[in-house]
Design a protein around this ligand. Structure first.
Ligand code: CA
Length: 223
């Protein structure tokens, strides 16, 4: 899962990036409306956390522009403004949810979990495929109830495949949702992560669809 944080307050920006990184997301960051607009326009984020009052380009018009350009990622707005009319304006501009400052980081994390799972068509934080379960609240993965230790990149690959298990996910798509913008990306490393996941999880869980990518297979219900 890859997120964008747009916040001009440097301390708050850093706190968000740190907390989201610890929660297992790949996080890109911007400090003004212009840079935020550009990144949201060109990179495939699973969700965006953004301030409304931003230098260079105001947050609401950036949001409206994204939606006009058919950018569909979930957007959580942060607003210092308590007035109900500002929340309405934010939602009407295309935000999916809001958190009023000051906020507890746990609330931002919970709202993001809900946005990410909903946008992929899931109602629950716990996802399963055969004997494998993944809990997005704790980033914990189990096989037949036994905990499995995954690295953060292995977890991101499995989380993404679980969220999109009804379809084939290409290697390029995985790479785009796995790494931060500045990361030296190499699509071959996805194969390495898949190989390690196959060793740690039931070997037939991840199917390679030749020339297309990967999908999860649940042997029990033949899906
Ligand atoms: Ca601000």
């Amino acid at each position: 899962m890859r997120l964008l944080v747009v916040e001009d307050d440097p301390d708050l920006n850093r706190q968000l990036v740190t907390a989201l990184g610890e929660a297992g997301y790949a996080v890109d960051t911007a400090f003004d409306g212009e840079e935020g607009h550009f990144l949201g326009d060109t990179e495939p984020y699973d969700a965006v956390v953004r301030d409304i009052g931003l230098p260079k380009k105001d947050g609401l018009s950036v949001l409206e522009q994204w939606r006009r350009d058919d950018r569909k990622m979930s957007v959580l707005i942060l607003t210092a403004r308590e007035r109900w009319s500002d929340k309405v304006a934010g939602m009407d501009a295309g935000a999916d949810d809001y958190v009023a400052k000051p906020f507890h980081m746990e609330e931002v994390l919970a709202r993001l979990r809900a946005l990410v799972r909903r946008s992929a068509g899931h109602a629950h934080n716990e996802m399963e495929c055969g004997s494998v379960r993944l809990d997005t609240r704790t980033s914990r993965v189990t096989v037949d109830g036994q905990g499995v230790k995954l690295t953060s990149h292995e977890y991101r690959v499995l989380h993404y495949l679980m969220l999109h298990r009804e379809r084939v996910v290409s290697r390029t798509e995985l790479v785009e949702h796995l790494y931060e913008q500045d990361f030296d990306r190499d699509s071959n490393t996805v194969e390495v992560f898949i190989g390690r996941l196959r060793k740690k999880l039931p070997g037939d869980l991840i199917t390679t669809v030749r020339g297309l990518g990967y999908r999860l297979t649940d042997i029990e219900d033949g899906a």
